[in-house]
Design a protein around this ligand. Structure first.
Ligand code: ASP
Length: 298
């Protein structure tokens, strides 16, 4: 079965599963839940199953679930689980689904979510599959754009960093294609966006200076060191500077999925255009909306 054919309420594998009206519905629910005090997930539970490190994704799913009245079995360190004894992903999924209404899975293999979906009878949420996708992050990134700017159509979005391995970028680019948005990319050639994600209107640069002036949204990512083989030395250090911000539009929105490791110096944090901390809060609301949509109905 192709990912696109899987209803997203059954499993979130890729952003390809969402239509614009699905996204509108999720965003409207996220906005309602952000101010509501209801507990629609009382009695429900999820497992956070993380084979790779996570701070924001795992804790925001945890917070989302508990704010909605539900509970979480956190397996953030699979090394202390039977995975160390050699248990397969499939058997781990079959085990954990006995105890929960949905599984949030982060795994280093790009086919892990699909493998999990093929054996699971409860909803699976892809919380990052290697260098593949990170659909819930991209939804919260898009939500951040719509909240910060009030609209998505008509904007110029610049994505800068490790576009080759950045799974948040891969998902976000696909979502942006659904809108009337100009997308431009800044990276060293070795870390450029994989060709299948590019369309002919896209423009690619190696320097932010060339595009900062007309950028409405600047989305910065770190080099995904863990995905580079030791033999590849990337000579690419970059940071958004105060002089970039001076040249940027007054209403530009500066985003980062975090963690940052030098790409945005902390001196820029007090600039009202720096949205990366607000972005995390928006993420909580989007994840609440996804959970309610996926497991809130019997
Ligand atoms: N936290 C994001 C991810 O898991 C971004 C990153 O790690 O650079 O993909």
């Amino acid at each position: 079965m192709n990912n696109v054919d899987i209803p997203w309420r059954r499993a979130v594998v890729s952003v390809d599963q969402f239509s614009r009206s699905d996204i509108d519905e999720i965003f409207a629910l996220a906005a309602r839940l952000s101010v509501g005090r209801t507990m629609p997930l009382t009695g429900k539970s999820i497992v956070n199953l993380f084979y790779e490190p996570s701070t924001r994704t795992s804790s925001s799913f945890y917070a989302a679930m508990t704010k909605l009245g539900g509970s979480v079995i956190p397996i953030n360190e699979v090394n202390y689980s039977s995975v160390t004894k050699g248990e397969s992903l499939e058997d781990t999924i079959r085990t954990l689904e006995c105890y929960a209404d949905a599984l949030v899975l982060r795994h280093y293999d790009e086919d892990a979510t699909e493998r999990a979906v093929s054996v699971a009878s409860v909803p699976i949420i892809n919380a990052g599959n290697g260098a593949g996708e990170h659909p819930t992050q991209a939804l919260l990134d898009l939500y951040t754009i719509s909240k910060e700017r009030g609209h998505i159509d008509g904007l110029t979005v610049t994505l800068m960093g490790d576009l080759k391995h950045g799974r948040t970028v891969h998902s976000l680019v696909k979502l942006l294609r659904m809108y009337d948005v100009k997308v431009q990319f800044v990276s060293p050639p070795e870390l450029s966006l994989p060709r299948p994600y590019l369309v002919k209107e896209d423009t690619e640069y190696t320097d932010l200076e060339a595009v900062i002036d007309d950028t409405d949204i600047l989305y910065v990512t770190r080099v995904q060191k863990e995905r580079l083989s030791d033999s590849v030395a990337i000579d690419f250090s970059y940071a958004v500077t105060q002089s970039d911000m001076d040249r940027a539009k007054d209403e530009m929105v500066l985003m980062h999925p975090l963690p940052r490791v030098g790409e945005i110096p902390s001196e820029l944090d007090s600039d009202p255009r720096a949205a990366y901390f607000r972005q995390m809060k928006y993420g909580l609301h989007v994840r609440m909306a996804l959970l309610v949509s996926m497991i809130g109905r019997d």
